[in-house]
Design a protein around this ligand. Structure first.
Ligand code: ATP
Ligand code: MG
Length: 757
């Protein structure tokens, strides 16, 4: 049978390396040099190989190299274009093979590098135990192997032959002992001439590969099975029913307050059957209310609540709850840029890949436009892009509040990035001005947030200032005239960092919404020092997102669990994270919080793997010991198949201090968790749903009352973490810019001191 030029190229290489499958194809310097040689004859083919190499370096398995993979990257035209050059090259390469064979028996040190690694390995393996090394040589060789055993490069490359990162040091050490035992003269001399470092690593690696293939077949097989069961590549193929539909994707792309959601919702309401996927419960509720008020029967579905509206064909849900089983005419996925969120991104990716809908409307900023284009090519969906401009430009007030919170005005939303700061600001404003403040932050139930938002939106009352966290950034349509950033740095769970530009834009964009009483939006900072950072953020174009989030389904984790004996669920997740394979456009979402819950639930006997998986997704604040305790208790009752009780008293009145307020927040979160569990597990095990709902509503009411009269100094859940207060309970934040400048100056001073020293 006539072979294509590309096949012949590959056969040439394979005969040269005596491999039918190129196990260490990308590592071979010789192969690289051949690629360069071939470049003379076939530029395109070389590009194809380069492209293959680039692509393969994204994923692990694609680095295990059947030549078929390479062939699939060579298009027919590239192959035929390269035909003539390859023929002539084939002869000369074959001659070279003969040369190699001739010189094999008369090896000298300088030829070691040019030898086929397979032959070289065999020589080492089958040869006699050779000379003894002198102390100096022994030390030098020891150092060479120390570098090899610790080489990140070699460890990473070894993954391609299914030597795991944890097994690599053991395998490398064993290989070291093998080479020391044999001490082949030429190989050792050559290694000593190279010395420790990159060159000797590159030389040793192919020998190491051969050694491992012979010595550790079981470990390789085991790791290989494990790897293939942690395969998250080609996620578009996980949804065959969605792939069977020719979907039309409409990307409503633009900045905040440009009418993206509004337009998508118009199509949603016109459809016979529609689903709206929201980033927040609050926004799902808002759409549910709005759409029903316009006469379109719409149900509500969030993790915590199901409100079925009779005869309704429309649903407003949180994105995590969307079904990929049902058929819809129109689906809306709001805030699509959240696909790149490190924790929750997988929910948006799943909705985009898996929704069975004729029309899918994506609303978001331009940051994920390119990656959505790529995904649509892979799924075969049609993509239509609708670009939007902000209704009215956002104006930056250069004057700022000059560091004095008393300069707030009616219609201002002061944004702070911690609960503590929010209460400090509220206290200061109410103490030093005649304004009253509403507050919105993440730990408040959606009902309370909505109540606060309504209080602020309504005219004719004294609550004309809103103090909010970044929880205000998405969704809510508020009557905000001006967004004032109290600071532009926040705690990211690890350290204080500048607020990312995309988030600054999103929050600032809350000012001056179309249809509100302040259609002209303003934004500024409390301190003059922070103004430049604000302007930079607003001017900065959206960063292009390169990867979006994924997380395995339970079935994938279950398959993986089958490969690992005696691992706890948390270890299983850890191993899955370490070993899963992903295509270049995806990352595995962070799941530290899930592992924390998994660890806590480890001591609960009798939970199936699926139960554990589901319990780990329950909405719980892992930093709140009370909430964690209740989750543990719920899981224990569930595992014993006894009705899960609430075991929680109802507070009698609104909070009188911050401790009581924190307690109310915490209690509401526990009830919310109970409701979530009742929707995700057998209902009969959670028989107190009605009671939990009633208590949650009452507590949300008490929280609302508490916030209205809250005039106390804030506390934190964690003792000893308090910031320095000044006398009037209002701590002036240190400007981020100033802090950075100060650091820079300190650095400069240090380097000047160093130089002068
Ligand atoms: N064509 C329109 N007619 C009337 N009101 C509109 C129209 N378009 C948008 N609006 C109103 O303008 C406000 C902002 O619109 P919308 O919420 O769609 O913006 P968005 O681009 O989705 O903003 P964000 O990125 O902040 O979510 C909403 O109150 C919406 O009802
Ligand atoms: Mg929107």
């Amino acid at each position: 049978m006539a072979r294509s030029p590309a096949t012949r190229l590959l056969c040439i290489c394979s005969s040269q390396f005596k491999l039918s499958k190129v196990r260490y194809f990308p590592y071979s310097n010789r192969f690289a040099s051949y690629c360069n040689e071939f470049h003379k004859y076939s530029t395109q083919l070389h590009q194809s190989l380069t492209k293959f190499y680039e692509i393969s370096s994204f994923g692990l398995d694609s680095r295990v190299y059947s030549f078929n993979n390479i062939r699939s990257y060579c298009t027919p035209s590239e192959i035929s274009n390269s035909s003539s050059g390859l023929e002539s090259r084939e002869t000369s390469v074959s001659e070279h093979v003969d040369d190699d064979n001739q010189i094999e028996n008369q090896v000298s040190v300088s030829h070691v590098a040019a030898l086929d690694p397979v032959e070289l390995y065999r020589r080492l393996r089958d040869g006699p135990v050779a000379r003894k090394l002198g102390l100096e040589q022994w030390e030098e060789l020891t150092e060479i192997f120390r570098c090899f055993v610790n080489s990140g490069w070699a460890s990473n490359q070894a993954l391609a032959i299914y030597i795991s990162a944890s097994f690599f040091p053991i395998a490398a050490h064993s290989f070291r002992n093998f080479v020391f035992k044999k001490c082949d003269h030429d190989i050792v001399s050559y290694l000593l001439s190279l010395g420790p470092g990159t060159e000797s690593e590159r030389f040793l690696f192919p020998l190491f590969v051969e050694y491992c293939l012979e010595e550790f077949p079981d470990e390789i097989k085991k790791f290989r099975s494990m790897i293939s069961s942690a395969d998250l590549t080609k996620p578009e193929t996980w949804f065959p029913f969605a792939r069977a539909i020719k979907r039309k994707i409409i990307y409503h792309c633009g900045p905040t307050n440009s009418g993206k959601t509004y337009n998508a919702l118009q199509r949603f309401m016109e459809a016979k059957k529609g689903i709206y996927c929201s980033p927040l419960r609050l926004l799902a509720m808002e759409v549910f209310d709005k759409v029903n008020a316009l006469g379109v029967y719409c149900s509500l579905l969030t993790g915590q609540e199901k409100k079925y509206v009779p005869f309704g064909n429309h649903t407003a849900c949180t994105v995590e709850m969307v079904s990929t089983e049902e058929l819809y005419e129109v689906a809306v996925i709001d805030e699509i840029q959240m696909m790149s969120d490190v924790y929750r991104g997988y929910a948006w990716t799943r909705a985009l890949l898996g929704l069975q809908a004729d029309e899918i409307h994506l609303c978001g900023d331009p940051s994920v436009l390119d990656i959505v284009r790529k995904i649509c090519q892979e799924t075969g969906d049609e993509l239509i892009e609708n670009h939007y401009e902000r209704f009215k430009p956002l104006v930056v007030e250069a004057k700022t509040l000059l560091g004095d919170i008393r300069n707030v005005r009616s219609g201002d939303c002061v944004v702070a990035f911690s609960r503590r700061e929010i209460f400090e600001v509220k206290l200061a404003i109410e103490k030093h001005t005649n304004h009253k403040c509403c507050v919105i932050y993440g730990a408040l139930p959606p009902e309370t947030r909505r109540h606060q938002a309504n209080l602020f939106n309504e005219q004719g009352n004294e609550y004309d200032i809103l103090v909010a966290s970044d929880a205000v950034g998405m969704g809510l349509n508020l009557n905000i005239r001006r967004v004032v950033f109290y600071s532009l740095s926040k705690y990211n769970g690890d350290k204080i960092v500048p607020v990312p530009a995309s988030q600054v834009k999103q929050i600032a964009g809350r000012a001056g919404r179309r249809g509100s009483i302040y259609p002209d939006g303003l934004t500024t900072t409390l301190h003059l020092d922070d103004l430049d950072y604000l302007i930079d953020c607003l001017q900065k174009p959206f960063d292009e997102v390169k990867k979006v989030g994924l997380f395995p389904f339970f079935e994938q984790v279950e398959l993986f669990a089958g490969q690992i004996a005696d691992a706890t669920f948390s270890q299983l997740l850890q191993k899955f994270g370490e070993n899963c394979r992903l295509d270049g456009s995806y990352f595995l979402c962070k799941h530290d919080h899930i592992k924390k819950v998994a660890n806590m639930l480890e001591k609960v006997q009798g939970l199936s793997l699926e139960d554990r998986f589901n319990f780990c997704f329950a909405p719980v604040n892992i930093r709140d010991p009370k909430a964690m305790y209740h989750l543990l208790r719920f899981a224990q009752s569930y595992s014993q198949n006894v009705p899960v009780s609430l075991a929680m008293g109802m507070p009698k009145c609104s909070a009188r201090n911050d401790t009581e307020l924190l307690d109310l927040e915490s209690k509401h979160q526990v009830l919310s968790m109970y409701l979530w569990l009742s929707n995700h597990f057998k209902e009969e095990t959670f028989p107190y749903v009605k009671k939990a709902e009633a208590m949650a509503t009452d507590i949300a009411g008490l929280l609302g009352e508490s916030l209205i009269k809250a005039n106390w100094k804030p506390e934190t859940r964690h003792q000893g973490k308090k910031a320095n207060d000044n006398d009037d309970g209002y701590q002036r934040p240190r400007s981020l810019v100033k802090l950075q400048e100060q650091k820079r100056q300190e650095k400069d001073i240090k380097s000047v001191e160093k130089v002068s020293a």
